[in-house]
Design a protein. Structure first.
Lengths: 275, 188
């Protein structure tokens, strides 16, 4: 592919870098399109810098007007901790609100079990976490994380998480994952603790429901999936599709996310049980 | 043989053929880098096109003492990463998932075992952090020297070395735990 000689400055790299290089160069690519005609200078003007800055300024103003939470326009957004929720709406649609009203399924039974009362479309399959860094054990996560890792004490038989992820860059992130005991390759519950500079964006379509509620006195938001989310922290980025529901709240310098197939009432009970 | 700086000067003067020659010379690595970032040929083509358009618009400010390719690849990487972050792309991915469409991964018929393993290697690299991906793509997939990488990334050569070292450590750990099929190809 390259008309330049392969790099010979392998000094300082591990011995297997040579094999890595050979393997990487064997990657098959799609055919390169002919871009010569598509990027010919006569097909587009060269803009003057002052025009570009004016256009940029106008774009910023329009963006601010468009994303104001007080306006019902093309975009609606709200923010909980480090999570920004964007809703794309073709028409002006206000965000619906409800307070502690279960939106899906029946309320908790007297003897709660691990069986979700709301059946999926929901359960997030384990491959959704396949590209998350920092797979570890709970003991190691406790040792390396600079804050106390909250864990739900409800339901009483939830047990230890099946997967633990702990990642640190600009701030720390811990994710605890419990699999569905009846469907071993599906996630029953996922609890995320995000510290500081992590940043999550999720994009909802116009039919998604957003419920405003509270967790231990802190403002919380409950949304239903499926939706894509992007997690960003420094040089780490991860995008995935979440099919279940999520409860999000923030307290002090932490943002918490509970992804689950349970009802809102059950999820609130789980959130309130964190110790 | 005409030096690259001469082609650039002719392109600056408005000679369309000179610019086309430069595009023709560099379009393959530019497109391939966009493809490595985005995994989709159509999106890669969009980004590659945009990279050349932006390069042409900034050509007057380009330092003729530098080689053109690292600069083009820098523009390409920035555009591709911005494209990955766009919300529109998330919604398109959502729609594909809901329609149960396959991921837009380019399939090559009758690939060799080495090519198939190379694709697995690429999957492993895509699991790394952005900065790690960047140095591995430039060095091992696109054959840039450390000097060219330093130019493209706008960092000292020493920084390139240390980034490569750390990226390779993380890649090796990932391959060992989650992509064992690649491991035999990296030994011996």
């Amino acid at each position: 592919m390259s008309d330049l000689p392969p790099p010979s400055d392998q000094a300082g790299l591990p011995p297997w870098a040579t094999q890595l290089h050979q393997l990487a160069r064997a990657l098959p690519y799609p055919p390169t399109p002919d871009l010569t005609r598509r990027t010919a200078p006569t097909r587009y003007p060269v803009t003057k810098p002052w025009i570009s800055w004016a256009a940029l300024g106008l774009a910023v103003v329009l963006m601010v007007l468009a994303v104001s939470p007080a306006s019902a326009g093309l975009w609606e957004w709200l923010q909980i901790g480090v999570v920004r929720i964007l809703r794309v709406s073709a028409t002006a649609t206000p965000i619906p609100t409800a307070h502690l009203t279960p939106t899906f399924g029946p309320p908790l039974s007297a003897t709660p079990t691990l069986t979700p009362t709301l059946l999926p479309p929901g359960a997030t399959p384990l491959p959704a976490f396949a590209d998350w860094p920092g797979l570890t054990t709970l003991a190691q996560a406790k040792a390396q994380t600079p804050f106390h890792i909250l864990r739900p004490t409800y339901p009483a038989d939830l047990g230890e998480p099946d997967y633990v992820f702990a990642y640190q860059n600009h701030g720390a992130m811990v994710v605890l994952v419990w699999l569905d005991p009846q469907k071993a390759d599906e996630v029953l519950l996922s609890f995320q603790i995000l510290e500081g500079a992590f940043w999550i964006e999720k994009a909802l379509d116009k039919d998604s429901v957003i419920v405003h509620t509270e967790v231990a006195g802190a403002e919380a938001v409950w949304t239903n999936g499926p939706y894509p989310i992007r997690l960003k922290n420094g040089d780490y980025e991860n995008t995935r599709l979440v099919k279940g529901h999520v409860l999000i709240w923030a307290k002090d310098n932490f943002t918490y996310r509970l992804e689950t197939s349970f009802t809102l009432t059950e999820t609130l009970s789980i959130a309130e049980s964190l110790r | 043989m005409i030096a690259e700086s001469e082609w650039i000067n002719r392109a600056r003067a408005g000679q369309e053929a000179a610019w086309e020659a430069l595009v023709h010379q560099h379009q393959e690595p530019v497109f391939r880098l966009a493809y490595l970032w985005l995994g989709d040929p159509a999106e890669a083509q969009d980004v590659a096109q945009e990279a050349f358009i932006r390069a042409y618009q900034a050509l007057d400010r380009f330092d003729l003492n530098r080689p053109l390719r690292p600069w083009l690849l820098q523009i390409t990487s920035n555009l591709a990463r911005n494209r990955r972050r766009s919300v529109a792309r998330y919604l398109a991915a959502l729609q594909r998932k809901l329609r149960a469409e396959p991921e837009p991964i380019f399939n090559v018929e009758q690939t060799s075992a080495q090519q198939q393993t190379a694709q697995t290697l690429w999957q492993a690299v895509r699991r790394l952090a952005t900065l790690d991906q960047e140095v591995i793509y430039l060095r091992f997939f696109l054959d840039l020297s450390e000097a060219e990488m330093a130019d493209s990334l706008n960092v000292p050569a020493g920084t390139v070395k240390s980034r490569l070292h750390r990226a390779l450590q993380r890649l090796r750990a990932l391959i060992t735990t989650e992509f064992p099929d690649v491991q035999p190809w990296l030994e011996g």
